[in-house]
Design a protein around this ligand. Sequence first.
Ligand SMILES: Cc1cc2nc3c(=O)[nH]c(=O)nc-3n(C[C@H](O)[C@H](O)[C@H](O)COP(=O)(O)O)c2cc1C
Length: 157
Amino acid sequence: MANKNILIAYYSYSGNTRAAAEKIQSVTGGDLFEIKPVKEYPKDYNIVVNQAQQEKQNNIIPELVDNGNVENYDIIFVGTPVWWYTMATPVKTFLSKNNFAGKTIVPFCTHGGGGASSTYTDMQNLAKNAKFKEGYTTYEKSANIADIKKWIENINL
Ligand SMILES: Cc1cc2nc3c(=O)[nH]c(=O)nc-3n(C[C@H](O)[C@H](O)[C@H](O)COP(=O)(O)O)c2cc1C
């Protein structure tokens, strides 16, 4: 891992996935990239839950402020909250707009009790030419450095 270029790209609505991404950054020394939709999601939880469901059902992916550029990286950690049993829609945009040929994706997610559900298989379907490693799945704010270190040792980057 030492000589590889690492990017940690994440979307976070309420901060949990951001906290996990920052911990991964502190363990790996990679670059952080926040995936941001042009139009921010409403602050009201019920409204965002409904909007996310509509987006999922209608295959809508939001435009991003910056699609990011994975060209100079070998390993890309991709983090998301679980939204309706899958990744958040801005992460769908990020995976769709970048070319992951020859890259390794290391997924991670935070959830509200339902686990990763289809998040990782759906990610693989959106970035078919990437190699995927086992993901790190945590409940809400429970991401911690000790578990992250163990996970990263186990996946042999
Ligand atoms: C739109 C929306 C949909 C959600 N759907 C799920 C779900 O299907 N399963 C689950 O366990 N948690 C679900 N949650 C809870 C979030 O995954 C959980 O709170 C997560 O840690 C939030 O991460 P964040 O703070 O980075 O946005 C949902 C939350 C939102 C806002």
